[in-house]
Write a protein that binds this ligand. Structure first.
Ligand code: GDP
Ligand code: MG
Length: 436
């Protein structure tokens, strides 16, 4: 996601001025990036409409650094979509009861251990962990081990097969032992099912917890949103915990869940170490999603270096009249990377209006690419060897007519001549996009 956003915003950064056309391009790119990151289309659209509205305002257009202002608008709106401000747990009732719910494998037990550690060390509370997963003996052991690691007592009744009664006994135990916060780790299933839902709902009804935290694996994408909705419909939870944010995960889950269930994300968990639990700060998450800071700088620097090296190499080849199909293909890729061709052309002053009604699709290059792809590497770097029989083969391979291949070869030859000529007059055909 951040790569896509990066490139969308980079397009703007390169612009001295912002106008409605490049706002539209950027916004479209951001929307595509969000959808790619599993954000529901409707949410993405609503979001980008808002961004567009703000960006089109006078301020951005006249700003000295419109790119940066645009980044700020996007970041602020993202943070706003995720709740704006961090939301704390409610400790107004003591002992505070926190019920943990979610699918199997989402990270409930791990989170319970982390939360106990967090509350003990950061909030100076005296937590009690409760093992209410009655189906898997291993789950109880897992919590015991975690409890020992963070030095928090664990309440378990291995013989008791009634989760509600375990929890009730645990509360009595906590009161008797001076524990002022109770963390209840429950059983999950692989998918949303009635038995699991009823059990958690029964526990909720019996003990009336102050907090019900829904734990969700942020790597499950759009599924995470559906699961969140199912749990919220049944449990009306008070907050969300996003786990496994340490992985190569996309940011979409955080955005969509917040939007769909309208409950705050309270914690993010990123790793298996017990002190890797963080309060959820919408602004930091927005920053993460945007990939700003170090990543942006790195990407930009790498890109600039790459471009420069490529440009130098290309310039040399052009001057020696050695520009070949391999180079041509590379150039096409570069252009495609920059986005929609019509939008790009439209940014050239005076061109926008002229091409308004002309259909220039990204497919325009498809035929050319097909022909180049049908050439052997040898042919690509040595266009001179492409004789009649080779042309026939290329035509066949790319689904084109031999005449089309001939025409293309001729155009290519002319272009090559022109580029080499132009390069002899210094100052023309700058290194940015030689020949194009
Ligand atoms: P539960 O079935 O919901 O109780 O899930 P567990 O707490 O047992 O976690 C399932 C698996 O995910 C275990 O292998 C955990 O070590 C792992 N896990 C939990 N939280 C995280 C996290 O934040 N990051 C990573 N990378 N792994 C996690
Ligand atoms: Mg568990």
């Amino acid at each position: 996601l951040s790569e896509r956003l990066d490139s969308a915003i980079k397009q703007l950064k390169g612009e001295g001025r912002i106008n409605e056309i490049n706002i539209a391009t950027t916004v479209k790119e951001i929307r595509r990036a969000l959808v790619d990151a599993d954000v529901n289309y409707k949410i993405a659209k609503e979001f980008t409409d808002k961004v567009k509205e703000k960006a089109t305002g006078e301020k951005v257009i006249t700003s000295v650094s419109p790119g940066q202002l645009m980044v700020k608008i996007v970041k602020d709106e993202l943070a706003e979509l995720m709740g704006g401000k961090e939301v704390e747990l409610d400790f107004s009732t003591k002992p505070t009861i926190i019920l943990i719910a979610g699918l199997q494998g989402s990270g409930k037990t791990t989170f319970s251990g982390k939360l106990a550690n967090f509350l003990k060390n950061k909030k100076s509370l005296r937590p009690l962990l409760v093992a209410a997963d009655i189906y898997r003996p291993a789950a109880m052991d897992q919590l015991q081990v975690l409890g020992e690691q963070v030095k928090v007592p664990v309440f378990a009744e291995p013989e008791n097969k009634n989760a509600v009664s375990i929890v009730q006994n645990a509360i009595a135990h906590a009161k008797a032992n001076g524990n002022n916060v109770i963390i209840i780790d429950t059983a999950g299933r692989l998918a949303v099912d009635e038995v699991m839902m009823r059990e958690v709902a029964d526990i909720k009804a019996a003990i009336n917890p102050q907090e019900i935290l829904f734990v969700v694996d942020s790597m499950t994408g759009q599924d995470a949103v559906n699961t969140a909705k199912a749990f919220n419909d049944r449990l009306d939870f008070t907050g969300v915990v996003l786990t496994k944010l340490d992985g190569d995960t996309r940011g979409g889950a955080a955005l969509s869940i917040r939007y769909v269930v309208d409950k705050p994300i309270k914690f993010v968990s990123m790793g298996e170490k017990l002190d890797t639990l963080d309060v959820f700060y919408p602004e930091r998450m927005a920053q993460r999603i945007l990939g700003m800071g170090d990543i942006t700088t790195l990407v930009e620097r790498a890109q600039a270096q790459y471009d420069e090296v490529q440009a130098k190499k290309l310039e040399k080849k052009i001057r020696a009249n050695k520009f070949d199909f391999e180079d041509f293909k590379e150039q096409l890729n570069q252009i495609k990377k920059m986005g929609n061709i019509k939008d790009l052309l439209a940014m050239i002053p005076g061109v926008g209006k002229a091409i308004k009604d002309i259909d220039i699709s990204d497919d325009a290059f498809k035929g050319i690419e097909a022909m180049i792809n049908s050439m052997t590497p040898e042919e690509r770097s040595n266009p001179d060897i492409i004789d009649t029989s080779r042309r026939k083969r290329i035509a066949k391979g790319s689904g084109k007519d031999v005449n089309e291949v001939n025409a293309f070869m001729k155009q290519f030859e002319q272009m090559k001549q022109m580029m080499s000529q132009m390069n002899k007059f210094k100052g023309m055909g700058g290194p940015g996009m030689p020949g194009m």
